[in-house]
Design a protein around this ligand. Sequence first.
Ligand SMILES: [Zn+2]
Length: 94
Amino acid sequence: VDRCPSCRARLNESPLCPRCGCDLTLVLRAERQAQHRVRLAIQATAAGNRNLAATHLNASLALQRGKLVAALIAMLAARQTGAETGRFREVEDQ
Ligand SMILES: [Zn+2]
């Protein structure tokens, strides 16, 4: 979080927004937990445990919507179903 979700003011290290006074403690905590879950998911992926990785990524997404997390979930799903190779085949046929 680098901007207040309610007024878009730039934030400093304080959990209180300097413009509207919004308490962002929970937002910041959720963000840290989401980042922690992403790290666990990457470790699980490296260890070959895709189910555990997916569990961590879904937990991370529930805490914070992130492009990186969405991309990792799509990557895991593509590997599991072989959708990625199917897509490449379609491109070759054209
Ligand atoms: Zn604010």
